[in-house]
Design a protein around this ligand. Structure first.
Ligand SMILES: NC(=O)c1ccc[n+]([C@@H]2O[C@H](COP(=O)([O-])OP(=O)(O)OC[C@H]3O[C@@H](n4cnc5c(N)ncnc54)[C@H](O)[C@@H]3O)[C@@H](O)[C@H]2O)c1
Ligand SMILES: [Zn+2]
Length: 406
C-alpha cells in the first residue's frame, strides 16, 4: 500500500498544486553478506563454500557456474580439477553446471564488453536463475567483470567472490562495486551489487607474481592513511616482513585493510556513493588517469601507490598535513618496492596542459556534483577538499621525480 505524503514542507518543495497528487515512496533494504578468510577453499574437507551456498535455502541442490581467472589457473594447474572434485564431494548441496570457465585475467577482461556478454550468454544458456550462483575465483579485474555480468543478468543472480590477489582480498573483493572500462575510461560501466559472500583463500596468494603481490599493499596503505594511524605505524614497523611477503604479516595486513574497507562501506553512511565523495578513493583521481595514460602498463595498485604519494605531498603543500609526514608515506611505499614515478605524470595532453590533470575532471564526472577529493589532515585522518590547485599538483609531481632522482 502506498502512503500519501503528508509532510507539508516537502510537498511545498516539489511545488505541488491543486492538480498534483503526490505520493512519497520510501523503503530500505538491509544488505548483509559473510566475508571469510580461510585456507584451501577447495579442499573437500573445507565446507565453507558448500555452507555458504545453502545459507538461506538448505533444502535444495544449488546450481553453480564457476569462472576462474586464467592467470591463476595457469599458475595453479591443479586448481580446476580441485574445484571439480569439490563439487563432487558436495554434490548433495551444489551442482557444477559445466566445467569451470576460464576468464581472461587482468585488466584486459575489463577493456572489452564482449567478455561481459559471453558470461551473460552462458548464464542464459545454462539456465542460471536468480537463485543460482555465479562464482568467480580470481583477481580484482575478473571479479569486477564477472560480478557485473552477474549483477545485470536477470537483474542480478547470486554472486560469490573468491578473491585470489592481495588487492582483491584487502580491498575490492569485500566491497559492493562491479565495473568495466569503456574506451579507456576506468570503471565507466558498472553497478553497485553486494555479493552473496566473499571467501578469501590466503593459500592462493603464494602463486601471485611479486609485482602484483606488492602492488596490492598500496590499498592497505591508502586506507590506513585516511582511517587508521595505528595501522599505518604497524605497516611501517612491519615493512621488511611485508616486502618479503612473510605470510603472517601479509595476512594481518590484508585482514586489517579488509576490515577498514568493510567498516567504511557499512558505517560510512553512503555505501552506494549517492553523494559526491569517495573516501576510499584517496589517491585515486590520478591513479585512474595513470592507468589509462600508460595503457595499463601500470597496474591499479602501482598507480595507487603513486597517487597516494602525490596526494600526500599535495596535502603538505596545501598546508593540510605537517611537513615530513609525506616523507613517511613515500618512504614506506618505496621500502615495499613500489615506484613513485612514471613519465606519464608529466605527459602533455590536449592543448599542451599536463594530461594527468584530466583525471580531476573524470573523477568529478564519475560521481557528479562538486569535485570532492580526499586529502590528509594527518596520518590516519582524511579530509575532503573541493578544488585542487594545478600548480601545486605539478609541484607535487616534481617532488616525486626528485625522489626518483630523475
Ligand atoms: N570493485 C572495486 O571496488 C575495486 C576496488 C579496487 C580495485 N578494483 C579493480 O581491481 C583490479 C585490479 O585487481 P588486482 O590487483 O587483483 O589485479 P588483477 O585482477 O589485474 O590481476 C593481476 C594478475 O594476477 C593474475 N592472478 C590473479 N590471481 C593470481 C594468483 N593467485 N596467482 C597467480 N596469478 C594470479 C591475473 O591473471 C592477472 O594477470 C583493477 O581493475 C581495479 O580497478 C576494483
Ligand atoms: Zn583502488
Amino acid at each position: 500500500m502506498y502512503a500519501e505524503k503528508a509532510i507539508i514542507g516537502e510537498t511545498g518543495k516539489l511545488g505541488a498544486g491543486a492538480a498534483t497528487r503526490l505520493y512519497w515512496q520510501r523503503f530500505s533494504v538491509p544488505f548483509e553478506y559473510p566475508v571469510a578468510f580461510t585456507r584451501h577453499l577447495f579442499a573437500p574437507e573445507n565446507t565453507l563454500l558448500a555452507d555458504v551456498v545453502v545459507l538461506r535455502e538448505a533444502e535444495k541442490r544449488h546450481k553453480c557456474l564457476v569462472y576462474v581467472d586464467d592467470g591463476l589457473a595457469a599458475a595453479r594447474p591443479g586448481l580446476i580439477p580441485a574445484i571439480v572434485a569439490y563439487f563432487d564431494a558436495h554434490a548433495a548441496r551444489m551442482e557444477l553446471l559445466e566445467a569451470p570457465h576460464l576468464a581472461p585475467g587482468g585488466e584486459r577482461i575489463k577493456c572489452e564488453l564482449t567478455h561481459i556478454e559471453a558470461v551473460q550468454d552462458t548464464i542464459h544458456r545454462l539456465g542460471v536463475d536468480r537463485h543460482s550462483f555465479v562464482i568467480a575465483v580470481g583477481g580484482g579485474a575478473v571479479l569486477d567483470a564477472v560480478g557485473l555480468a552477474a549483477a545485470t543478468a536477470h537483474r542480478g543472480v547470486r554472486h560469490i567472490r573468491a578473491p585470489s590477489t592481495v588487492l582483491s582480498q584487502n580491498d575490492s573483493g569485500v566491497g559492493v562495486k562491479n565495473a568495466v572500462n569503456l574506451n579507456g575510461v576506468k570503471n565507466f560501466i558498472g553497478a553497485f551489487a553486494p555479493p552473496w559472500a566473499v571467501l578469501n583463500d590466503f593459500e592462493l596468494l603464494g602463486s601471485l607474481a611479486p609485482r602484483d603481490r606488492r602492488a596490492g599493499i598500496a590499498e592497505a596503505i591508502k586506507v590506513a592513511l585516511i582511517r587508521d594511524g595505528d595501522f599505518f605505524a604497524w605497516l611501517e614497523a612491519n615493512a621488511d616482513r611485508l616486502a618479503t611477503f612473510e605470510p603472517a604479516a601479509e595476512e594481518q595486513m590484508i585482514r586489517r585493510s579488509a576490515e577498514l574497507h568493510m567498516r567504511q562501506i557499512a558505517h560510512g553512511g553512503d555505501p552506494f556513493e549517492l553523494g559526491s565523495a569517495r573516501p576510499l578513493d584517496f589517491g585515486h583521481w590520478s591513479a585512474h588517469r595513470l592507468e589509462g595514460l600508460t595503457h595499463n602498463h601500470l597496474s591499479h595498485g602501482e598507480a595507487v601507490a603513486i597517487g597516494v604519494a602525490l596526494d600526500a605531498r599535495y596535502s603538505v603543500l596545501s598546508g593540510l598535513l605537517a611537513e615530513g609526514e609525506e616523507v613517511r608515506v613515500a618512504a614506506l611505499l618505496e621500502h615495499l618496492g613500489l615506484r613513485l614515478w612514471h613519465p606519464a605524470l608529466v605527459r602533455s595532453g590536449a592543448g599542451g596542459a599536463p594530461a594527468i590533470l584530466t583525471g580531476l575532471r573524470e573523477f568529478r564526472e564519475h560521481l557528479g556534483g562538486e569535485l570532492t577529493v580526499t586529502l590528509l589532515a594527518r596520518i590516519g585522518e582524511g579530509v575532503e577538499v573541493h578544488a585542487m590547485d594545478h600548480a601545486l599538483v605539478m609541484q607535487s609531481i616534481d617532488w616525486l621525480r626528485a625522489r626518483e632522482g630523475g
